[in-house]
Write a protein that binds this ligand. Structure first.
Ligand SMILES: *[C@@H]1O[C@H](CO)[C@@H](O)[C@H](O)[C@H]1NC(C)=O
Ligand SMILES: *[C@@H]1O[C@H](CO)[C@@H](O)[C@H](O)[C@H]1NC(C)=O
Length: 342
């Protein structure tokens, strides 16, 4: 079910009330009842209905990656409640919102590009990307590659349409947010392309490698997530000016490239619960007493201190090999301290 919730993150950014895709698992045969789709997205859903499984799989991968990347942070990509997924988090144009847009767009680009290659979509197939200039001239360019170009273009139409179909007052807060979202969507799609690789395979009798074919291949989504996480850490603060353009807030910093993430609003500190800003606070979060990092009790608990409880965990121990052939173990219990923020 979660897969279908997630698409609404991208689509519901400006929606004041929670919305989600209220559709059954698997089939997107009724685009109009897919709550959270904008007018343009309903139209695209009707034309490209066979793409919608990929859209939700990609968005789902994006959410899982977000949870992985933020597992040890104060904000852990938690869903605020069932109905709004990230809830009010997206009402401010924070770094976290930038990450969400990028990772979701990347997830959809990845999923669609792969499905083209696998022949699952009627309007695309293997990549037709040109041969890389530096490819060894004896090697054949021609395996069936992931169709990054198609994944990029489809995601661009489907995800960006929401920001493009509205008219904003130039320089308004909403206009700034739309520009920010478009930029970060693009950064996510580019991350997929940037991380893709040329992959080659040997053919020939008994591994003689007399023939080598190469094609373009997507990275694992984890590698893409790591890359976007780097961009999150280095994101640039921008503001919208009266001419309706984004500009960097602090001119001492360099201009962001289209691969970089940008944000408009400072993040809430996420230490204390502030539901209207999408922060659940860190009370009750498990922390590591000895770590100096973000998962350490000091930072995670924002200096409030922590509670310790003893927990007994069972594990296999004293395992012995018996002739023949099995392994027998005892169950041993050890007591560990679990720390959680006050
Ligand atoms: C994420 O944070 C929330 C709020 O502090 C907490 O309830 C939840 O258990 C955390 N999730 C994980 C996977 O640690
Ligand atoms: C806690 O942090 C220390 C230091 O970074 C690390 O060695 C240890 O494995 C961590 N413990 C847990 C349970 O993650």
């Amino acid at each position: 079910m979660i897969t279908f919730l997630i698409v609404s993150i991208i689509t519901a950014v400006h929606a004041s009330s929670p919305s989600w895709l209220n559709i059954g698992s698997g089939e997107f045969n009724d685009c109009k009842s897919a709550k959270g789709f904008s007018v343009g997205q309903v139209r695209l859903c009707q034309v490209y209905s066979d793409h919608m499984e990929g859209v939700s799989a990609g968005a789902s991968a994006g959410l899982l990656e977000c949870k992985h990347q933020f597992n040890n942070r104060r904000w852990n990509c938690s869903t605020v409640d069932d109905s709004s997924v990230f809830g009010p988090l997206n009402t401010i144009g924070s770094r976290e919102s930038a990450f969400i847009h990028a990772v979701m767009a990347a997830g959809i680009t990845h999923a669609i590009g792969r499905r083209c290659r696998d022949g699952q979509l009627s309007s695309c197939s293997c990549s037709r990307a040109g041969r890389p200039k530096d490819l060894h001239n004896q090697w054949i360019w021609g395996g069936c590659g992931d169709n990054l170009e198609y994944g990029y273009k489809f995601t661009q139409s489907f995800v960006d349409v929401r920001e493009r179909e509205r008219r904003y007052r130039r320089g308004s807060v909403e206009h700034g947010r739309a520009l920010m979202n478009l930029h970060n969507n693009e950064a996510g799609r580019r991350a997929v392309i940037k991380m893709s690789k040329v992959t080659c395979k040997c053919h020939g009798v008994s591994g003689s490698c007399s023939l080598i074919t190469c094609w373009q291949q997507l990275s694992t989504f984890r590698e893409i997530g790591d890359y976007i996480m780097d961009k999150y850490d280095g994101a640039t603060e921008v503001k919208v000016n009266t001419r309706g353009k984004l500009q960097i807030k602090d001119p001492r910093f360099g201009l962001p490239t289209p691969n970089d993430l940008i944000y408009i609003d400072e993040s809430p500190n996420y230490c204390v619960a502030n539901p209207s800003l999408g922060s659940l606070g860190t009370q009750g979060r498990i922390c590591n007493r000895t770590s100096q990092g973000m998962d350490g009790c000091n930072l995670m608990c924002c200096g409030r201190g922590y509670n310790t409880r003893k927990v007994s965990i069972g594990e296999r121990c004293d395992c012995a090999f018996h002739w023949c052939c099995y392994v027998k173990c005892n169950q041993c219990f050890k007591t560990v301290d679990i720390h959680s923020c006050k």
